[in-house]
Design a protein around this ligand. Sequence first.
Ligand code: NAD
Length: 483
Amino acid sequence: MSEYCMYIDGEWCAAGSGQTYDAINPALGEPFGKMPKGDRDDARRAIGAANAASLSWRKTPLWERSAMCMRIAEILDSRREELADILCTELGKPRHQEAKFEANEASVPWRIAAEQAKYFEGHTKPCQDPQKRVLTFWQPRGVVAVITPWNFPAAICGEYLPFAIVMGNTVCWTPAPTAAATAIKIMQCIHEAGLPKGVINLVIGPGQEVGDELVINSGTHAVGMTGSPQTARIITARAGLKPRLFELGGNGPVIILADAEPLKIAASVASACFFAAGQVCSSAERIFVADEIAEPFVAAMVAETEKWKGGDPWNKSTTMGPQNNMAVVEKVGRHIEDAVAKGATILVGGNRLNRPGFFWQPTVLTNFTADALVNREESFGPVAPIRSFRREEEVWEHINACPLGLVSSVFTQDVDKAWRWAEQLDTGITVVNDWTHFWEHHLPFGGMSRNDSGLGRIGGRHTLEFMSNLKTIVFNIGSPTSF
Ligand code: NAD
């Protein structure tokens, strides 16, 4: 059993209380290590360290901060294999597919932040008064609290950390407790790059305590969180007037119109459902297919679903890992049961895998109803609920029953129809003719503001903006004003 440490003020340390918790391997349901169980005092120590480092870091030239992010990216690349190993052990991600994919991605946002910050220009502003010259530029906010989920622990921290530090902020970061070993591996790379002490601090412990302290403490000045809408609501109630960036859940609708080619798209739709065992905010979680092509599409989906294999994540033939924890396992079961009770039919799967760990079978359901939980909430599991439709209104009735709106996709060869659907769907992103998971780190990503999928946009210059105060400077070149 490995013993892990957190990282505060440039030092690896245990929790101040000396408490630990078991880190669980979800593919076996067994512990693989002891994690420090931090509390409010540890969070306060981190906040103190971040504030102490703040002045000197914000004065460090931008070009040097950018070079530091590049150095961290290089080290992350050199540690890809180790990262993939820990992603496999801690999350059960198939080592040769999903774990490798995420480990390869980990450095990408660090490079993007390093590049984009150099060209993140302010403006000069024309104004009515001929004696004034006005310009704007970006300054750091101060100390940013970063709170990350468990599903992509190497990739999602990169959506915040490099953008925060390249803009001159310092950070207190807390990861989901079930993904802390991956966070520690990332932190080791950051430490190895020589980041000055206190600039990024990693505090491990329960979100309700460590995360909450980072949110409420007056020593943090902005909060970036990826997680569930329920947690975002609590943070909103607790954060006072601090700026917040939230990346939350989804319930990705996929709309397949009658002119789409069912055999050509089924593999892509199935991948959008089952990649990462469905534990992605952008997963396809409900599929609406035009009646005219429903039969061949459903048959093709069943065939594609049978290709997804859960099992030992170290095995090369395994393509699907476990759910992260028992709460997710139970939620998936509840959603399937509820859909069936309300009239849906299971075509494939529908049970847990008969092996240790937290596995579900990839599952296809048809004929789910608007009031079913699979339609109204995020399932976060390997479930593909399909429903055929004759009239567009039927699809809207289902979509409108759900308060989430992150990513949708539409399959059609008709440009007019694609455009109309994309404009009308209340999701932050609509992908036309591809899976819901398309995204790159410089593109804006996030939910619609009137639903539960998030607040603000992450990605490239959008994250740089969140990590900054926009400063306006006014020069008077005439006589001082009197009134
Ligand atoms: P979660 O909301 O349970 O936890 C997220 C983080 O918040 C964790 O670090 C947790 O420790 C912390 N936390 C919990 N309670 C807190 C509190 N009271 N105060 C402060 N912090 C607290 O979410 P999760 O189960 O870790 O992640 C799954 C969710 O994340 C899903 O809904 C998924 O869709 C969403 N997600 C969204 C995106 C996106 O980009 N939109 C990406 C990945 C995951």
